[in-house]
Design a binder for this molecule. Structure first.
Ligand SMILES: C[S@@+](CC[C@H](N)C(=O)[O-])C[C@H]1O[C@@H](n2cnc3c(N)ncnc32)[C@H](O)[C@@H]1O
Length: 438
């Protein structure tokens, strides 16, 4: 989870996906009162990681007090500060390397609005390293003609074993300064050249925002898996990031900040917020990928790939018409309640991977059970139980499984009695399952 300390920024990244948040003219700095609330929430919910960012977190006049408060109130939450590096170096004296790590997001010299800023950033990175901070360098690729040796050479010069990189994501429903998917083939070759430069220097690159699995060619991907496991492993599916604003509102990620937001304190823990966004944002955007070919891709169908950044799904998504998990549950329930289990099964089979979460799987098990398709009923019920985290749903699934006869498949035979049918029509509407890929 990430927390915005200051909306204002001293950096000038041409591709930044946080600018919509700044335009909203809301409060600039988070208050100490909200810091105290978040720290208590982090302690009570056993939050594992918190990244402090912005805008520019070093612009917050009380950064030192904020870090101290988190350390005192929720010592179990690991902290790191994400900075653009454009700040007065004396500010590093206000925080301790024992309390937080630092991730510096670094652009090529020509990409800073003020030409002096690049040297300032590098000076601050060096100072932080000398002071003993855990320092990670980050680089965002936002144009085709970037210098492929820039970040590998910088990481080498500064004695880093690795760096973090990604292809800059757009902002949903907003013009963005990033490379479009139609140019991904050429972009992938450039990124691959950067990774090769890094490997020559024995530097490993880890990926931040995931890329589609088809971004690299198969042979490139095989090489990447060997030299940059931290890039290969992050490719494919994208999950809610959870950025928290100074007002303690949560968004799925900056790229989707124009979509839903919720109040942090309405939820008991990070996991519940994560599920809320999965259901209300991801499931709404996932039915189609960023390429037309995604709809026929086995990786996309099986959930191994999200089809690129969800903010790229804008042009082809029809928010009204797409089949979400909730729609699937409702239509299957209607079919079962009106005595049409075949229809319920058909609806389930036609639905996309992202809609087939635990509740529709349970509904499919009920429908198959009613049709006497016991092997199918067991398989759906067992799968639903495996991916569900809802104890009530798990209990209902167990009850159904107890009634499924073992042994031979009895396709089309022994439909269950009216009494049994009524027992299993209560399909929960609530969607509280763990992710598909878990
Ligand atoms: C919005 S910045 C704010 C913190 C600080 N100003 C900085 O530059 O790191 C937080 C993170 O977002 C990343 N970021 C910014 N624009 C991005 C984009 N379009 N796509 C992916 N990551 C981006 C940066 O690399 C940084 O790690």
């Amino acid at each position: 989870m990430n927390l915005v300390l200051a909306r204002e920024c001293s950096n000038s990244c041409p591709y930044c996906f946080e600018t919509t948040e700044r335009e909203e003219k809301k409060q600039n700095f988070i208050s100490m009162e909200n810091i105290a609330k978040l720290a208590a929430w982090a302690r009570d919910s056993e939050l594992q990681y918190l990244s402090l960012l912005g805008g520019e977190p070093f612009l917050h006049p009380k950064l030192g007090d904020i870090v101290t408060m988190f350390r005192q109130v929720c010592p179990g939450t690991e902290l790191r500060v994400l900075t653009g590096g454009v700040f007065n170096k004396s500010l590093l004296d206000n925080i301790s390397p024992k309390d937080t790590g630092l991730i510096f997001n670094i652009n090529e010299p020509g990409d800073y609005r003020n030409p002096k800023h690049f040297n300032k950033v590098i000076n601050n990175v060096e100072t932080a390293i000398r002071k003993g901070f855990l320092v990670l360098l980050g680089f965002n690729v936002w144009r085709l003609d970037f210098d492929v040796s820039f970040m590998p050479a910088l990481a080498h010069r500064l004695g880093r074993a690795n760096f973090r990189w990604t292809v800059a994501s757009p902002q949903w429903d907003c013009p963005s300064n990033v490379v479009e998917p139609v140019n991904y083939k050429a972009l992938a070759d450039r990124c691959f050249a950067m990774l090769q430069e890094a490997a020559k220097l024995n530097i490993e690159a880890t990926l931040d925002c995931p890329l589609p699995l088809c971004f690299f060619s198969e042979s490139q991907l095989a090489w990447v898996r060997q030299y940059h496991a931290g890039t290969a492993l992050r490719m494919g599916s994208c999950e809610p990031v959870l950025d928290v604003t100074p007002e303690l509102e949560v968004i799925r990620c900056f790229a989707l900040s124009k979509l839903a937001r919720v109040k942090l304190t309405d939820f008991p823990n990070e996991n519940e917020i994560w599920h809320w966004f999965l259901k209300n944002v991801d499931f709404q955007l996932l039915p189609q990928g960023c390429f037309p070919k995604c709809s026929e891709c086995l990786h996309f169908e099986a959930g191994r790939c999200s089809g690129g950044c969800l903010a790229l799904h804008e042009c082809i998504i029809d928010m009204e018409a797409q089949t979400s998990a909730s729609n699937l549950i409702l239509s299957m329930q209607e079919a079962i309640n009106t005595g049409k289990p075949e229809l319920a099964l058909e609806q389930y089979e036609k639905a996309n991977y992202w809609s087939k979460i635990a509740v529709p799987k349970f509904a499919a098990a009920i429908a198959a059970f009613q049709l006497g398709k016991y092997e199918e009923a067991f398989r759906y019920a067992s799968y639903a139980q495996d991916i569900s985290t809802n104890p009530d749903l798990k209990q209902q699934i167990s009850e159904l499984m107890e009634r499924i006869p073992r042994g031979k498949i009895k396709t089309g035979s022994s439909p269950i009695s009216e009494k049994d049918f009524l027992k299993y029509v209560s399909i929960p509407q609530q969607i509280e399952e763990k992710e598909h890929s878990a």
